[in-house]
Design a protein around this ligand. Structure first.
Ligand SMILES: [Zn+2]
Length: 120
């Protein structure tokens, strides 16, 4: 049963903790969604198994990420294969920034409150 709070992970009822269930629902939202097919450019690419994506329109079978057709690291590998790694360092920096933002959202809010206290 899908719930309001954890959506598709509601089938686990109260087990495993709310944090893990929200993570599962997030992943299942992308893995169960239809994505754009790289061959026919229609929104008909669906996940068949872990890393296997099949287009419902043109029956093309693609190897991709386990839960999403394209992963950030796969893009870098593709650029390395095609020899287009001029702006690879820029992308690596952006990825590192994104990871830092995702890791420390609580610390930033704490810093902001400290600044506000000092202002007062
Ligand atoms: Zn297709």
């Amino acid at each position: 049963m899908a719930t309001k709070k954890v959506k598709s992970a509601g089938r686990f009822k109260e087990r495993y903790g709310v944090k893990i269930r929200t993570l599962v629902s997030k992943i299942e939202k992308t893995s169960r969604a239809r994505h754009e097919c790289p061959k026919c450019t229609k929104n008909t690419l669906k996940r068949k198994a872990a890393g296997i994506w099949v287009c419902k329109n043109c029956d093309v079978k693609i190897a991709g990420g386990a839960y999403q057709p394209n992963t950030p690291s796969a893009k870098i590998i593709q650029q390395l294969r095609t020899g287009k790694f001029e702006d690879l360092k820029k992308q690596m920096r952006e990825l590192e920034k994104q990871e830092k933002i995702q890791e420390t959202p609580k610390d930033q809010t704490e810093d902001q409150t400290d600044v506000q206290k000092e202002m007062n």
